[in-house]
Design a protein. Structure first.
Length: 264
């Protein structure tokens, strides 16, 4: 294994930075390439076939060009739809991101769990199976909150957060039967932890938020245990969209240890 072979983190936008933050804690020496399919945003409103084809195609191109040792799909929507296809196409370890229903079910005291995700994520059979396996004796209230993706992206750019999107997400959970009893909320999109403070202020300080970033980082660490790491060049962020727009995030990427920005 080439010590400079990177870990590739893939997301539709910048939500995967929540995963990168946790990865830096456990593998600070690991070379990283962060790939954002900003030209494909938003994923949540696309069909399953569109998402699967797009994600598999992009990861094939990225893997051929950058030869990563491992790929992480740091996106709940892409993972719940395309993970199997990507594993069939690429012959390297693939780590996906799935809604943290299992830990939420273990944490809730009231037995009522909220789940915020994109439209595409919350309708997946994968989520149904997680609910059946780990929360069959709980009440899981799902709500599609695509506006939170844009709110998170805006926050990272230093722009005002859309309070209307926050309020709509909160009302979407609380207005459902038993919604007033929610004490645990699954953030089933890697963008959403970026605005956890805003969600907490709106939902209430007593709410416990659960997401999968720490678990993903631990999984990556386990799969790469014993392998050598050595950077041959600064870590890189790649966009499929407009480079000038992406470059506005340079200070944010720098804070996460990424010093180069390119367009795919």
């Amino acid at each position: 294994m080439d010590p400079s072979a990177p870990i590739l983190l893939f997301d539709s936008g910048v939500g995967g930075l929540t995963v990168l933050a946790e990865l830096r804690k456990v593998l600070p020496e690991a070379p990283v390439i962060y790939a954002a399919d900003t030209a494909g945003l938003p994923y949540g409103s696309k069909t399953e076939a569109e998402i699967a084809a797009r994600v598999a195609g992009l990861l094939g191109r990225l893997s051929e060009r950058y030869r990563p040792r491992l790929v992480t799909i740091a996106c709940n929507t892409a993972s719940t739809i395309a993970l199997g296809m990507v594993r069939d196409v690429l012959h390297i370890p693939i780590v996906g991101t799935v809604p943290a229903i299992k830990p939420a079910a273990a944490m809730t005291k009231t037995g009522v769990i909220g789940l915020l995700g994109t439209e595409a994520t919350i309708r997946q059979g994968y989520v149904d199976r997680l609910e059946a396996e780990f929360a069959s004796d709980k009440r899981l209230l799902r709500y599609a909150a695509p506006g939170l993706v844009a709110a998170a992206e805006a926050k990272l750019r230093g722009e005002p957060v859309d309070n209307g999107a926050i309020a709509a997400a909160v009302d979407g959970l609380r207005s459902q039967p038993d919604g007033a009893s929610i004490d645990t909320v699954v953030l089933a999109c890697t963008h959403f932890p970026l605005i956890e403070d805003e969600l907490r202020a709106a939902l209430g300080r007593e709410i416990t938020f659960v997401h999968g970033a720490e678990g993903i980082a631990r999984r990556i660490s386990h799969l790469t245990q014993g392998l050598p790491f050595a950077r041959s060049e600064p870590d890189l962020a790649i966009t499929t969209g407009e480079l000038t727009e992406f470059e506005r995030l340079a200070p944010t990427f720098s804070a996460f240890g990424i010093e180069r920005i390119e367009r795919l």
